[in-house]
Write a protein that binds this ligand. Structure first.
Ligand SMILES: Cc1cc2nc3c(=O)[nH]c(=O)nc-3n(C[C@H](O)[C@H](O)[C@H](O)COP(=O)(O)OP(=O)(O)OC[C@H]3O[C@@H](n4cnc5c(N)ncnc54)[C@H](O)[C@@H]3O)c2cc1C
Length: 399
């Protein structure tokens, strides 16, 4: 086993790590390989986490949650990915842990009391978050999906794309424009968050979904969503009308640290697989790991992954005390470095495997596909750098 205990954990983090390792030990590589190949959501794994109360990790104790914070969630996510489940395993449950955060911060008391205890117990899930649209990815404030007030309701029309886990969710947190862009001073205004009951939306014929055919994360499906005259009650608004974009951003930086932790776990899984193979495979009468050309890329990737890990864990432990801007800086730099490190690790692991690097049986090709994805989502590497350029280096805003 490659030593990846390079950061000092608190007692609570150690407890979390051991509990998650224990759950993950029931889901081996062949489980994740099969889910990827069959394109099946890992319900058994999600149920195991839900029944352990992990979907309530970030929920306050008064709503039956565990009252944990970013410091613990980075451990959960790293462990899930490092267990061999990779980025997909962590992504499969990411929304279940994170999408309730806007409700905790901005939801009405009625909404919180009705839903959060059920989320904490794993009885209801808010796995989907709908922001991206065909004409608005990186430039998210350009979204065109409209929610227009009619009496005590809103009527939603528009289209979303790339929305993950809709098939594994009871609700979607939906971002829509409530005031046209032409009528607001800043493009960040006029957007509102809604909690949409998916079963109700299908029953109304107000929502149709279409699965996107993609080449990565077979177990986690992403969808195109078409809203047509969907009626949602005014009570479904999360937070303040027209201020949804700001309220969505509050918490997003911490979430980005969790994504960075998922990248780290993925990198660790890839290095572990690479090192195992390097120690086993004999070519020219000796194990390939005795060649520096095999050792160095793995060693370099290990150094990069662990360096990024130090940054993520440090930022996670400071997140509660730091300003949002400081957390934002740390989160964007962490996500950039962690995704980059995961990519190099997966690439080194594939190269170490030679031709078997592309055989599904050895899993590194799955890690490689996932590592490529981490450089695109939830924001691209370029957008993370844009943030650093503007907010750390004081360069002109470039987007
Ligand atoms: C598998 C998957 C799952 C996803 N899940 C969700 C989800 O659950 N919910 C959701 O809302 N969204 C989701 N997304 C969407 C994701 O957040 C977007 O794909 C991402 O934000 C990039 O947007 P885009 O694809 O429209 O790329 P674009 O914005 O079209 O960008 C294209 C390229 O141009 C670059 N670029 C654009 N502008 C600049 C600039 N100013 N400077 C430098 N480079 C620039 C980008 O970095 C990128 O490389 C998912 C995407 C994928 C692939």
């Amino acid at each position: 086993m490659v030593d990846r205990d390079t950061v000092q954990l608190t007692d609570q983090q150690r407890l979390v790590r051991d509990s998650i390792r224990d759950i993950c030990s029931d889901f081996d590589q062949s489980y994740w390989r099969e889910k990827d190949v069959q394109g099946e959501y890992p319900h058994e794994f999600a149920d195991a986490l839900a029944s352990g109360g992990w979907f309530g990790a970030l929920l306050p104790e008064e709503y039956d949650g565990a009252g944990m914070g970013t410091e613990e969630v980075v451990v959960i996510m790293e462990e899930i990915a490092a267990s061999g489940g990779g980025f997909s395993a962590a992504q499969a449950v990411h929304g279940a842990i994170y999408n309730s955060v806007p409700l905790v911060k901005y939801g009405s008391e009625e909404m919180k009391e009705r839903l959060l205890p059920k989320v904490a117990r794993g009885e209801e899930s808010i796995q989907a978050f709908g922001l991206t649209e065909p004409n608005a990815g990186s430039d998210s404030t350009s979204i065109e999906t409209r929610a227009e007030r009619e009496g005590n309701e809103y009527v939603v029309n528009g289209q979303k794309i790339w929305i993950s886990r809709v098939d594994a969710s009871d609700y979607i947190v939906l971002m829509a424009r409530t005031t046209p862009r032409s009528e607001v001073e800043k493009r960040t205004r006029g957007l509102t968050m809604f909690l949409v009951d998916l079963e109700d939306a299908y029953a109304q014929d107000g929502l149709e979904i279409e699965q996107i055919d993609k080449t990565v994360s077979g177990a986690v499906h992403s969808y195109e969503l078409f809203f047509e005259d969907l009626h949602v009650p005014a009570s479904a608004v999360i937070g303040d009308v027209d201020r949804g974009f700001y309220q969505m951003l509050d918490g997003l930086n911490e979430e980005r640290l969790a994504i960075a932790a998922e990248c780290i776990g993925l990198g660790e899984a890839a290095i572990e697989a690479g090192v195992d193979y390097a120690n086993e495979r004999e070519v020219f009468g000796r194990v390939i790991g005795s060649n520096q050309a095999i050792q160095h890329p793995l060693a370099e990737a290990h150094a990069r992954v662990q360096a990024a890990k130090g940054m993520v864990y440090n930022a996670a432990s400071e997140a509660g005390k730091a300003t949002q801007k400081d957390v934002g800086v740390q989160a964007n730099m962490s996500k950039f470095l962690a995704a980059d490190a995961a990519f190099r690790a997966a690439d080194a692991a594939v190269q170490t495997h030679g031709g078997f690097g592309v055989a599904r049986e050895y899993d590194v090709e799955r890690y490689f596909r996932e590592a490529r994805l981490t450089r695109l989502v939830p924001i691209t590497q370029q957008l993370a750098l844009n943030y650093v350029g503007e907010n750390v280096l004081d360069l002109p805003r470039s987007y």
